[in-house]
Each structure stands twice: as C-alpha cells, then as structure tokens.
Design a protein around this ligand. Structure first.
Ligand SMILES: [Zn+2]
Ligand SMILES: [Zn+2]
Length: 337
C-alpha cells in the first residue's frame, strides 16, 4: 500500500510504500476510496496538538470499501462501503464512557492522530467505530460529512439546535457561523432546512466566501468584525481564531451561547465582563460520539445536504494542506488515492 506519512511535525508529508496491514481481531481493512482533509490534520502536521503517534498517516474522513475482516467482526461485509471518523476507539469503562460521553473518554484513540488514518490506499480501523454508508452518492462528496459534518452537528446541538425546527420555536432562530469552511458549508444547509436564519461570518472582504454562504441558505454574510443586522441566539466558531470569541459574544443576545467547534484555537484576548454578563455562555465541543454520527448520517439525505469538494490525488496531500492553510479552498478538500 501507499501512504502519505508525517515523520516529524512541521515537515512535509512523504509518500511511503508499506506492506498492507492485516486487520487484528475486531478490526477491518479498508480500501480507501476518498479521504477528506480537515483543519485538524493541519494542526497535527503543524505540531499544534500534543503527542501524536509518529510517524503518523493523517486523515480521519475516510470513505472506502471493506477489504478484509478481522476475527470477531460482525455486521459488516466484504465490499461494503464504510466511513471512518476521528473517534477511532474508546475504553468503554471510564466514567465518561459509562455516562454516554465517550467523546471525552480518558483513553481514546483518534484516527490520523494517535492511530494511522486515511491518507493512504488502505487503512485499518476498529469495526465498532466505522459506519456503513448505504446512501448512493459519490465517495469524495461523502468524505467531509465524517468530520466537518459530524463536528458541525455536535456543535449545532451544543448551540441548542438539532432537535425540532425553528418553526416549532425550538433552539436558536438566529444562528451565527464564524469561519465559512468545510463544517459551516454543511451545517448552514441543515440550519436553513430547519428554518433557522443563518448569519455567516468570513474574513473581512472575502466576497467569494460570502457569496458561497448565501448560495447555501445564509440570510446574511459579512466580515467577522461586523455586527449582524439582528442579535444572534447562538453562534458557532469554526475558525481557529481566539479573537472571534469576544466578537461573537458581542453579537449574541442575553442568554446566548457561543460554541467553539475547533480542536485548537489561538489565545482568546481578554475582554470586559459585560460581554459575558446576562447569562451568555462560552463552551467548547470535543470530538464526537457514535450516537452523533448515526443521527447526523441519517439526517443528511433527509435534509438534502450537499458538499462542495475539491479533489486532489493522494500524492498531492501537501498541496491540499497548503491550500487549506491559506484559505484558497471553497468547501472541503478530498484526497483520492
Ligand atoms: Zn473511556
Ligand atoms: Zn476533523
């Protein structure tokens, strides 16, 4: 098999030829058809996350076909299409696993960070953390759902949305999305489908991103330094920019919530207490649970969510990462082996 490997943080990935792994007990071997490029991969490559397994094959938005089954795997068949997300393993016995919060597990493994991921022609995964993908649509277009979609969905739930619709007056009516990349472009469609008013915030002057947001259902799009035309019920920050936290707090109304959806963010500048006053909240979202994934993957076809992807050959992984870093992408980057 071929894999793009990170040997040391802050160095380019290198193409390596490796023997195809055998699936261990409980694992499957996957022939990778597409793997999305997530901002978290950039944080791994740039050395912004502690203690990655090294060398590591990044990539945690894997779509592929089951090529081999390890001992004891039930419920998956050879040739079946599956998706592999960021959450690669949880211990099952810690207090978090025991209370339905496996996203906070004390001894987890993460795909493409602490176990090898999908920037490769083949990948191994624990079968219990893979999801069958029965819906007929292009492999590359499905890949971004496996992290951008799932983390977006968990952030959305954390913002008080998810169940019910705006018409039923449940959850936020006016929702701000800061950073209009892969996650926001998926989530904007879900929120608009549920009748919520989506306000998209991009880098100031990024007309293309603002037009893109409006084409996906945003009622307004502007720079992140602008105030929206109405106060927001909730805001989700996807851009890894700490300075957005006080800006978003300024934009939410009394009792409003600001959700930080990323795994890494630059420092949050100090801000006056009055921005937090009146029961405004700031919370973060970490990882995902398998329940989040099942919920979201069921909703995708109902809501008619589409993803906009830019395809790169596997060996162009460094170019894809550079384009993401520089903000040259609209939607999501996907590697095709
Ligand atoms: Zn655990
Ligand atoms: Zn991700």
């Amino acid at each position: 098999m071929r894999a793009m490997v990170l040997e040391r943080p802050r160095t380019p990935l290198v193409m390596r030829e490796r023997p195809a792994p055998e699936p261990a007990s409980g694992e499957i071997l996957i022939e990778v058809a597409a793997c999305g490029v997530c901002r978290t991969d950039l944080h791994v490559v740039d050395g912004e996350l502690p203690n990655p397994k090294l060398p590591i094959v990044p990539g945690h938005e894997i779509v592929g076909r089951v090529a081999a089954l390890g001992a004891g795997v039930a419920g998956l068949a050879i040739g079946e299409r599956v998706g592999v997300p960021w959450l690669g393993f949880t211990c099952g016995v810690c207090p978090y696993c025991g209370s339905g919060r496996e996203n906070l597990c004390d001894r987890p493994l993460f795909t493409g960070y602490t176990r090898d991921g999908g920037y490769a022609t083949r990948a191994r995964a624990d079968a219990r953390y893979c999801f069958p993908l029965p819906e007929r649509r292009d492999d590359a277009e499905v890949a971004p759902f496996l992290c951008a979609g799932l983390i977006g969905w968990r952030s959305y739930r954390m913002a008080g949305a998810g169940e019910g619709t705006a018409a039923e007056r449940t959850g936020p009516q006016a929702l701000g999305l800061y950073g209009f990349g892969a996650a926001a472009h998926i989530l904007a469609q879900v929120a608009a489908w549920q009748g919520r008013r989506v306000y998209a915030f991009t880098r100031s002057g990024d007309d293309a991103a603002q037009a893109f947001a409006k084409s996906l259902g945003a009622v307004w799009a502007g720079g992140s330094d602008e105030m929206p035309p109405e106060p927001l019920d909730a805001a989700i920050i996807f851009a890894p920019v700490g300075a957005l936290v006080p800006m978003a707090l300024k934009a939410v109304k009394k009792g409003g919530r600001v959700v930080c959806g990323g795994i890494h963010m630059s420092d949050i500048p100090s801000f006056p207490y009055r921005l937090l006053w009146e029961e405004r909240q700031v919370v973060s979202v970490a990882n995902l649970t398998r329940a989040d994934a099942r919920e979201f993957l069921t909703l995708v076809p109902q809501a008619g969510v589409k993803s906009e992807v830019t395809r790169y050959p596997l060996e162009a992984a460094n170019e894809a990462l550079a384009d993401l870093r520089e903000g040259r992408l609209q939607g999501a980057a996907v590697l095709i082996p």
